[in-house]
Design a protein around this ligand. Sequence first.
Ligand code: ADP
Ligand code: MG
Length: 239
Amino acid sequence: MSASPLLDVRNVWQRFGGLVANSDVNLQVAAGEIVGLIGPNGAGKSTLFNVIAGLRPPTEGSVWFDGQDVTRLSAPERCARGIGRTFQVVKSFDSMTVADNVIVGALVRTSSTKEARKKAEEVLEFAGLGHRAEVFANELTPPEKRRLEVARALATEPKLLLLDEVMTGLTPSEARAGVELVRAVRAKGVAVLMVEHVMEIVMPLVDRAVVLNLGAVLAEGKPADVVRDERVISAYLGD
Ligand code: ADP
Ligand code: MG
């Protein structure tokens, strides 16, 4: 990895009362890299995402982005710096059209609604939703809603896209299409940090995998090495 990563999570702890959700986590993502954050349910993946995106400050530790300490910046401020995210629970605005949902994202970069509309059209086309632009978001199928989440995040022109379980609940062919979309995102030069529960989906896609277990980094490295790691295998078997 290059000397200065795009994202640098340093010694992050997150405590909820007596519960340690993140325990001294260190994690880096280089520009243009796809990193998979995996681990069993309750491992602390979404908590770490919230720390990175700025939804909740860590109890201890810091988050650096693009060479700057962003630990104390709000989520919108981080979005403006180039951290885009989707949510595990889809947060699209159901009573708005698909296009308007994405325009909300594009307005992070411009105050011109005309420009935002143009950006939204471009991003929806890219995400395979061009033909659904004018329907209401609640008319979308579940996989289309995931695409909408990605499109809205992309409209903010992120340098790093955080994807929280975007493949969950998809059929194998929908998941394959999702994988292609993530590859296309990276081809644009956007780095991706993706949380996925399903290893078979993430492993062929990512450059590097980081495994969280009980809040701490259990293993990290090339996907092929990580899946063979005894500690990873026993964590997934609920040892
Ligand atoms: P994952 O996304 O890996 O499934 P989470 O980050 O959602 O795991 O949760 C990690 C642990 O932290 C769990 O034990 C969860 O119950 C706990 N937790 C998460 N958010 C909160 C919160 N806001 N308050 C208290 N406990 C929380
Ligand atoms: Mg989660």
